[in-house]
Design a protein. Sequence first.
Length: 200
Amino acid sequence: MTTQAKNVLDFWFGPCGTATELVGRQRKLWFAKSAANDQAVVDQFSDTLVAATAGRLDHWADTPRGRLALLIVFDQFPHHIHRDQPQAFATDPQALALNLTALKTGDEQHLTPIERVFLYLPLEHAESNDMQDWSVSLYEKLADEAAIEERALFDDFLRYARQHRDVVARFGRFPHRNTILGRPSSDDELEFLKQPGSRF
């Protein structure tokens, strides 16, 4: 794994610890909107995203954890760097391609459970019923394999995967992306977006 790839993983996951410790420490970076965290990603990794998009970092995928780092660059960093802009979703296809290759080659056995959460996320982000169903099955397996003291944590990741699946099953897409991507929303979608928790 290259030094650059390691820097991505070190930034995203921080020091080693249990899954519970990592989530407690990194949750705001991972799942909350924070101008400070967005700026940190911009400052440290905007050039990395440009290089990855141009194909100059494809060699990262030569190892399982290098591939995970590249997947995070494509799947997670755009949402910090291009918050609420169409470019936030521009590299979803590259992230999904890395995910599918990783699953085919058995990368999971080289990753920790919390790293696998992010390995699976491109499936959860896909506007595809097949990908969503696969996502749920993988998070179910991850929860089933979790240590007893961390089962609730991984059940929570599974709950979110099921919520994403159900939205795509209902609408064929994520309605909260419509405005950002310039897509017209149906009356049903507009009504749905009024509900708490409808914007992932």
